[in-house]
Design a protein around this ligand. Structure first.
Ligand SMILES: Nc1ncnc2c1ncn2[C@@H]1O[C@H](COP(=O)(O)OP(=O)(O)O)[C@@H](O)[C@H]1O
Ligand SMILES: [Mg+2]
Length: 232
């Protein structure tokens, strides 16, 4: 589904991502872990096209690395950015509809909104409230639901657990697991390793722009990697 080949991101002299090569199979969930500043968000930004990069980004075999952001969206990439950037001055309903801005199937959009309100009933209760009045956990759920409104085939999640209470984090990851079980391909960036590896098929740990570990969740379970890199 997705393959990164020698992906690099630089900000002037800062090498945020260095020669990253990574594959994610159709329907798989890959957890991209690592400490603050490791280059996780830069990798997500390179995939969406918001951050300039070198190297190749193959989506179902096609190099999309020179395509503008909108074209990548149309090809099925959606992102829930770090810091859950919902539109605080728009209502929950308006945020969800914006996520579907590229779609022309009004009935399908309505059906999808119904579906996500069912999955996140708390959003349904607040459908006409401004997103800025939601709690952090609710905003995160809205950010993920909004990303899903474009009916992506590849969902990128940048630190969905950031700033959330542990119980809410579990709910958010249960939801991510559910989306995966429906066939969605997911790249989830996290500092919360324990949650991120729950549904992961593969784990990749970054340290200052380079891969320091890759394997399956089982591979890291018995090693010092968790302790060493993630304090968990
Ligand atoms: N817009 C930017 N301009 C300059 N440096 C940046 C910018 N964004 C990130 N960086 C630097 O790139 C490195 C990787 O950052 P980032 O991708 O945000 O890491 P992570 O998401 O893993 O915390 C860090 O050293 C960070 O300071
Ligand atoms: Mg980040």
């Amino acid at each position: 589904m997705l393959r990164l080949e020698s992906l690099s991101v630089r900000y002037g002299p800062v090498r945020a991502v260095q020669d990253l090569t990574l594959s994610v199979g159709e329907g798989q969930l890959i957890a991209l872990l690592g400490p603050n500043g490791a280059g996780k968000s830069s990798t997500i930004g390179a995939i969406t096209g918001l951050v300039p990069s070198t190297g190749r980004i193959l989506l179902r075999g096609t190099d999309i690395s020179r395509l503008p952001v909108e074209d990548r969206t149309l090809r099925g990439i959606a992102v829930s950015p770090e810091g859950r950037k919902v539109f605080v001055n728009l209502t929950v309903a308006e945020n969800l509809r914006l996520g579907a801005a590229s779609r022309r199937d009004a009935a399908g959009v309505r059906a999808d909104i119904e579906r996500y309100l069912e999955l996140f009933p708390v959003l349904g209760e607040r459908i006409d409230q401004l997103a800025g009045t939601l709690s952090g956990g609710e905003q995160q759920m809205l950010a993920i639901a909004r990303a899903m409104m474009s009916r992506p085939r590849l969902l990128l999640l940048d630190e969905p657990s950031l700033g959330l209470a542990p119980m809410i984090v579990t709910r958010v990851f249960d939801f991510i697991g559910k989306l995966k079980s429906e066939g969605l391909t997911v790249v989830v960036v996290e500092q919360n390793a324990a949650q991120a590896v729950r549904f992961a098929d593969a784990v990749c740990i970054l340290g200052t722009g380079r891969v320091t570990f890759r394997g399956t969740p089982a591979d890291i379970a018995g090693t010092d990697v968790m302790k060493l890199y993630l304090g968990g």
